[in-house]
Design a binder for this molecule. Structure first.
Ligand SMILES: [Zn+2]
Length: 332
């Protein structure tokens, strides 16, 4: 058993309170390898942005839980080395699916966990979330819960269609579970194919797909029910078309990949939405950079020569998200 405090991590309580009052959102970036972590820490240290490092169940299996814990601890030390005196770094379990998994993460030094029981019937979602909250809060670990269902596929989480969060349920849910933040469904979606071409319109000038707008009316209704309560948006990658183009021009095949336009996320970040999850965009940045090296220099076989450029590209992306979309720069 190790407390997150021993690792130099923080939970989300203060981060979210400041973000809601300040009209910005905390970036929640997923990681599962060293280069991603280096890029996240460097971008956040340089912009002085608080950050949530997210690990999904799949990433935990991929990287090994022991190694992950020391990577998170290493992230804090690396941030200090980069001149960030008091790093505001949270280690968060993304889409925990059982009490056992959440408990194990709390015991391994996570400072925040998500219990995603949104696929269960309402009362069962409440019961499971409440159990996780009881265990986590006893260790000062914060808990994110989810109401409503996001469409899309990412790691083990997938759903064919989305179900928007019902604003009339949020007070009851938050009160009875005691959760610290709530992930909602208002039209964001997991993965790099967030909408089918049929759901989109086409920009006549560029020929690109234009996705349907987020349901800000539902967000407003939720905020009216729960004023000042931290809201989380999952599946909020923008799927930058320049990366998709590089991937497709260098041997990849990602037709019709489409994400959430950044101006919509910018608008959400100013509201009670205080955590915005971005995973697919860094996967795209990494893949685009690696494919380009492979295509340009087919003789290259030193992983540093393609993982290095991938790391640089991800750092650029993270910095852009922090400064131009979420507004969390200078807040830590
Ligand atoms: Zn998610």
């Amino acid at each position: 058993m190790v407390s997150f405090k021993e690792l130099g991590l923080v939970n989300t309580r203060e981060m979210f309170a400041k973000a809601i009052n300040g009209g910005y959102a905390i970036p929640a970036f997923n990681f599962n390898n060293m280069e991603q972590l280096q890029a996240i820490v460097k971008a956040c240290a340089e912009t002085k942005s608080p950050v949530i490092l997210q690990v999904s169940k799949g990433a935990r299996n991929y990287a090994n839980q022991t190694l992950l814990r020391y990577m998170a601890q290493g992230a804090v030390e690396y941030a200090k080395e980069l001149g960030w005196e008091k790093p505001q770094i949270c280690l968060h379990l993304d889409h925990g699916d059982s009490l056992e998994l959440c408990k194990s993460c709390v015991d391994f030094g996570f400072s925040s966990v998500m219990i995603d029981a949104s696929h269960l019937p309402y009362e069962e979602n409440i019961a499971l979330t409440k159990q996780v909250v009881e265990y986590a809060h006893a260790h000062d670990v914060t808990v994110e819960a989810e109401l409503g269902v996001l469409a899309g596929v990412e790691d083990e989480v997938s759903a064919e269609v989305s179900h928007y969060t019902k604003p009339e349920e949020v007070i009851d849910f938050a009160t009875r579970t005691g959760c610290d933040s709530l992930a909602i469904s208002i039209g964001t979606s997991h993965g790099a194919y967030k909408f089918t071409p049929e759901q989109c319109t086409v920009d006549p000038e560029t020929g690109r797909l234009v996705p349907p707008p987020l349901a800000f009316d539902i967000l407003d209704a939720i905020m009216e029910q729960l004023p000042g309560f931290p809201i989380v948006l999952h599946g909020s990658s923008s799927v930058p078309q320049e990366y998709v183009d590089i991937i497709n021009a260098n041997g990849g095949k990602m037709p019709n990949a489409v994400g959430i336009p950044e101006e919509q996320l910018r608008k959400a970040a100013k509201s009670a939405v205080c955590k915005i999850n971005i995973d697919s965009d860094s996967r795209l940045a990494f893949t685009a950079a690696v494919r380009k090296v492979f295509n340009d220099k087919p003789g290259e076989f030193d992983p540093r020569k393609y993982c290095g450029p991938a790391r640089d590209e991800m750092e650029k992306l993270y910095t852009h998200k922090i400064c131009e979309v979420l507004g969390s720069n200078g807040k830590a």
